[in-house]
Design a protein around this ligand. Structure first.
Ligand code: NAG
Ligand code: NAG
Ligand code: NAG
Ligand code: NAG
Length: 442
């Protein structure tokens, strides 16, 4: 690496400066050894739980790879005025850890549609398709028929359990949609998003499948605009033309849903006041759509209008857990991924921290002996965590070191996309560079 000398020079500085900021108790070997003993002892004391799970809560951090977890852990501690690196997230306390290979049938790096089909339906498939096997082709309605695969949401419902989806994106987005829909394209949110040929060939949009395919007890997220006829004013943003109803077929799926639930206690809400008024003890069905599209990022959320993922998770569990046969709940932290796509580490990490608090709330509301709780991700992102920030330095900060160009760099960095380093306003031109060469610098 070209900049090795630069690093070595500055590493010397780093050691000199940072030695003063060490925590006194950490200088004592017993501090580390007793921690190790306690960790080992609690692992040895743990009784293997062989019960059949009555309830399953699946927490899916979209795009929440290992680097995101590390950075979010540090941020979570730093938001509590700790140094952060030593913070224990709720996810960190789970007794079993595993890793999965996330490739899709056609791509080395998958998208959220292919991965959701893998972990919800148990079948690897192609990129961009949801709830169909790999014989179906992206965007080709004709290849969809006969290739549908069902999800754990349906299996749970068929077993007499209550089922729910909670997300921070629109409820028609790839992750939640795969639990209830079959679609050759993840983008067919409403009929207006489908080509005429797909409609002629008999395919239906994801929103219409949301209310028909499976009798879902709790639906919480965003996505109102895909549910109402074209031009319908949004209740929260009546003057904003861009968020008006999208549907060309003139259907209002919200009122259709309400009619389908006649005779049951079913609430449709779109704001915090109405959400808070929903009594989980007396509610059979809840559909809560807080935004026309995806929800706002947690740090941009207006708490007077929209509840947090902690609150939506709690409401869902309280409604679902009335069923003596148990429940299945999918909770998606869906905007970790979206923030990463935009190169916004600040947003992505705050989303991940909120997601971890939702997991903590779920553990408080359920019992371990009858509930399987899983926290996982579908794929990673190009975010990297660079050397050598000091202990306790802001995870969103800059290196105390300079590279050989005498410039600092950010602790977190993206390998591509808008967060990638630009040279003179554009990415380096590597068209004539053979990156497979042993001498290649990439
Ligand atoms: C952290 O410190 C800041 C500044 O002193 C203070 O405003 C904030 O309340 C503290 N937060 C916590 C969680 O202690
Ligand atoms: C919340 O929704 C209800 C039902 O549509 C409406 O009457 C109420 O005004 C809304 N609240 C706010 C603060 O917009
Ligand atoms: C950036 O632009 C300046 C001025 O046009 C030029 O001298 C320099 O070589 C450029 N750097 C790179 C890496 O292209
Ligand atoms: C790139 O380098 C590799 C390894 O030396 C070599 O096998 C390959 O043929 C090169 N590719 C091109 C396009 O020159």
């Amino acid at each position: 690496m070209e900049s090795t000398r630069g690093f070595i020079l500055c590493l010397f500085l780093l050691v000199t400066i940072s030695s003063s900021s060490a925590k006194v108790e950490e200088e004592n070997p017993e501090f580390w050894r007793s921690q190790a003993r306690e960790t080992l002892q609690s692992a040895l004391n743990r009784k293997i739980n062989t019960n059949v799970a009555k309830n399953v809560v699946l927490f899916l951090g979209d795009g929440m790879g290992i680097t995101t977890l590390t950075a979010a852990r540090i941020l979570k501690g730093q938001l509590q005025n700790q140094t952060g690196e030593e913070t224990v997230m709720t996810m960190d306390t789970f007794p079993n850890v595993g890793l999965a290979k996330t490739y899709s049938v056609d791509f080395q790096i998958p998208d959220s549609a292919a991965t959701a089909t893998a972990y919800l339906c148990g079948v690897k498939t192609n990129i961009n398709v949801i709830g169909v096997n790999a014989a179906a082709r992206n965007g080709a309605c004709k290849t969809q028929k006969g290739n549908e695969v069902t999800s754990i949401l349906k299996w749970a419902k068929d077993a007499g359990k209550s089922v729910g989806i909670v997300t921070t994106t629109r409820v028609q987005h790839a992750t939640p949609a795969t639990s209830y829909a079959h679609s050759a394209s993840r983008k067919w949110y409403s009929d207006a998003d489908m080509p005429d040929s797909a409609k002629l060939d008999g395919c239906t949009d994801i929103s219409s499948q949301l209310i028909r395919n499976i009798d879902i007890d709790v639906i919480i997220g965003g996505g109102r605009k895909y549910m109402t006829p074209r031009g319908t004013k949004d209740p929260e943003y009546p003057r904003d033309f861009s968020v008006r109803g999208k549907r060309k077929d003139g259907r209002n799926l919200i009122t259709e849903w309400q009619k389908l639930k006649t005779g049951k206690v079913a609430h449709y809400v779109w704001n915090r006041t109405e959400f808070d008024a929903v009594n989980p003890e007396t509610t059979d069905y809840l559909m809560a759509l807080f935004e026309p599209g995806d929800l706002r990022f947690e740090v941009d959320r207006d708490p007077s209008m929209d509840p947090s993922i902690v609150e939506t998770t709690e409401k869902a569990i309280r409604i679902l857990q009335k069923n003596p046969k148990g429940f299945f709940l999918l909770v998606e932290g869906g905007r970790i991924d979206q923030a990463h796509h935009d190169g916004r580490a600040f947003m992505a990490l705050h989303e991940a921290v909120a997601f971890d608090y939702a997991i903590a709330r779920a553990l408080e509301l359920t019992k371990e002996h009858e509930t399987l709780t899983i926290a996982t991700a579908d794929h990673s992102h190009t975010i990297t965590h660079n050397g050598y920030p000091f202990r306790g330095q802001s995870i969103l900060g800059k290196s105390p070191l300079w590279a050989l160009d005498f410039r600092p760099y950010t602790t977190l960095m993206y390998g591509n996309g808008p967060g990638h380093k630009l040279i003179n306003g554009s990415r380096p031109d590597i068209r004539d560079v053979n990156t497979s060469k042993i001498t290649a610098v990439i």
